[in-house]
Design a binder for this molecule. Structure first.
Ligand code: MSP
Length: 566
């Protein structure tokens, strides 16, 4: 039987990114988070499909191209490789990369429009209203009045000096749009959406976002303008050819176009059946309404099931402000990963920012976390253990008789094996709840305990005792190995093995977040590719590290960094 068909399917996505700029810390954050979950699900036995890509249409991109004096297609073709390069650098393991200018996507958008139209959810009308080009968002008069009141109460501007209204989300000037548009009857979905949220309490995570969306929908939904007629950088609508799709409607459809919705190819049709509905859409909290209101309504209008979950993460803030290029407070993923290593970079954002909440980030804090968790705890533990193995056992994982192991466990205890009991459940629960800091904390508990174990069991003293014992035995002409009671050398072997075995397990559990170093640790332990593991639970059975493996010392995995170096 084909093995993949027996594994449960797990489909996850990131938003598709605008190509008006290059990848930055915010887009890298969403992508690293999704990659970590994708890697975990693969290792935990799921038939995983991880999609990311680019949102290449719309007025914003058309304007960026115009400013650069190139065609929109030339512009997007120039930016796309930069995303691919950055994702490669950051070890992102997406299974597909969708671009909305691809034929497979365009055809699918046209089909969805036709379907929504056939089902009676599209009508034509004149639109007059304000639009934010950078956010590609329409605003209603009510939204702008609310914003003006809020801004006045906070003593902030809601209009530019020339009276142009400002965007309630990003504060940039709004543009007046007055044109013939197609409308989507979003208002018809208010009750259906509320019922869907009610029946699927985990659809919107975390809870704070769920409450926000529910109260937004309860306050009443207005029909949505879903096409534009004053520029043409978009998907042409088959039944209204002078209209191009509103860029958000076009973009959201990527989640199904990429996995074969509406394809003529039977293989693709099978793929869609297997993958949809998607397990989780990762998004930032700024785009929650598109994903939790408009998207499920569009799917319902086209007779397609909504996704299982939308998880909204918070913003990364530097000095309390949302980081963005225009504010000059953006550091690049390339620069930071050069200093802290790719794994150090990934680890910091996953461990130190509670996923779902806003997180203040700083270089100082990054240095602190890197040095404490990676250089001092995890990296140092590996160095000590590999050096010990080299010094006391010629770099070979010691072999111990099972009876001796049993006796020593009774005599000395095995706190590391005890922590590993039930660790899969605790770690997998945190991962499935998309709680990266929680999952990494579980591994850190083992790491801290392993460092303490080294201190308490003092292998250097055991080595001295073993030398004395051996000398004595040689003088007396006795065979130590024939004795029933464990020797000092057995104790040293037992302790060394336990530390190495704990390291094997930690590398396995750190692998989704820190792929490069985990792969390296497994290599140094003489083990196979850590990412070939697809039965995580079985691999967490204590004692799987084979005796006799050659252990390599290697360079420090995470060299300590000094303040001057960042
Ligand atoms: N193209 C749309 C998404 C369409 S999906 C059908 C878009 N693109 S984006 O490039 O502007 O942003 C993508 C993601 O990056 C969003 O989820 C956003 O929240 C995230 N981030 C951008 N800046 C951010 C921070 N400063 N912090 C954390 N993430 C933020 O929106």
């Amino acid at each position: 039987m084909d093995e993949t068909t027996t594994k449960p399917s797990y489909y996850l996505t990131t938003p598709i990114y605008y190509v008006n700029g290059v990848p930055h810390l915010g887009t890298a954050y969403t992508t690293i988070a999704a990659d970590t979950l994708a890697r975990f699900q693969r290792m935990d036995g799921k038939d995983t499909w991880f999609l990311t890509g680019l949102d290449e249409h719309g007025q914003k991109v058309a304007q960026a191209a115009e400013q650069a004096d190139v065609t929109p297609q030339q512009w997007v073709d120039g930016i796309a490789p930069k995303f691919l390069e950055t994702w490669k650098l950051l070890e992102i393991t997406n299974d597909d990369f969708i671009r909305t200018t691809e034929e497979r996507h365009i055809k699918c958008v046209q089909q969805i429009f036709t379907k929504m139209n056939d089902n009676g959810y599209i009508y034509q009308d004149n639109y007059k209203g304000l639009y934010c080009v950078p956010d590609e968002t329409f605003f209603t008069d009510e939204q702008l009045t609310d914003f003006a009141e809020k801004a006045a109460a906070e003593g902030k501007p809601h209009e530019a000096e020339d009276g142009t209204k400002l965007c309630p989300d990003c504060g940039r000037p709004l543009t007046l749009v007055e044109e013939e548009n197609l409308f989507f009857k979003l208002s018809a979905f208010q009750d259906k959406l509320l019922a869907y949220y009610e029946e699927n309490p985990d659809f919107i995570c975390p809870e704070i976002r769920r409450n926000e969306v529910v109260s937004f929908v309860k306050s009443g939904l207005k029909d949505l303008s879903v096409s534009r007629t004053t520029f043409d950088w978009g998907v042409h609508i088959p039944f209204a050819p002078n209209h191009v799709s509103y860029v958000w409607v076009d973009a959201l459809i990527n989640y199904i176009s990429a996995i074969g919705y509406g394809s003529d190819d039977p293989k693709q049709q099978e793929e869609f059946k297997k993958r949809w509905p998607c397990q989780v859409h990762f998004v930032g909290k700024d785009i929650i309404r598109f994903h939790c209101v408009i998207w499920p309504a569009m799917l319902m209008a086209a007779d397609i099931e909504p996704p299982r979950k939308v998880f909204a993460h918070g913003f990364l803030l530097t000095k309390g402000e949302k980081m963005s290029k225009s504010k000059g407070n953006a550091m690049s993923p390339e620069e930071l990963s050069r200093v802290f290593s790719v794994d150090g970079y990934r680890y910091y954002f996953l461990k130190d920012v509670q996923f779902g909440a806003d997180g203040s980030i700083s270089l100082e804090r990054m240095l602190q976390v890197y040095n404490a968790d990676l250089a001092n705890s995890w990296g140092n533990l590996c160095s000590r253990a590999f050096n010990m193995t080299n010094k006391y056992f010629d770099g070979i994982v010691p072999d111990i008789w099972p009876q001796t192991t049993a006796k020593l466990t009774a005599e000395m205890g095995n706190p590391l094996a005890e922590i590993v009991q039930g660790l899969h459940e605790r770690y997998a629960k945190a991962m499935n709840d998309i709680n990266y800091s929680g999952a990494l904390e579980e591994v850190m508990v083992l790491c801290d305990r392993a460092n303490l174990y080294v201190e308490k069991s003092a292998p250097w003293n055991l080595a001295k005792a073993a030398a004395v014992e051996a000398e004595q035995a040689a003088a007396d002409g006795t065979n130590l190995n024939a004795a029933d009671a464990p020797t000092a050398n057995d104790r040293l072997a037992f302790v060394t093995y336990n530390i190495l075995e704990a390291i094997r397990i930690m590398a396995l559990l750190y692998a989704p977040a820190m792929p490069i170093s985990s792969k390296e640790v497994w290599r140094r332990l003489g083990l196979g590719d850590v990412f070939a593991v697809d039965e995580l639970k079985d691999n967490l059975e204590w004692g799987a590290l084979p005796a006799g493996n050659k252990v390599e010392i290697g360079d420090p995995l995470f060299p300590r960094l000094k303040e001057e170096e960042i």
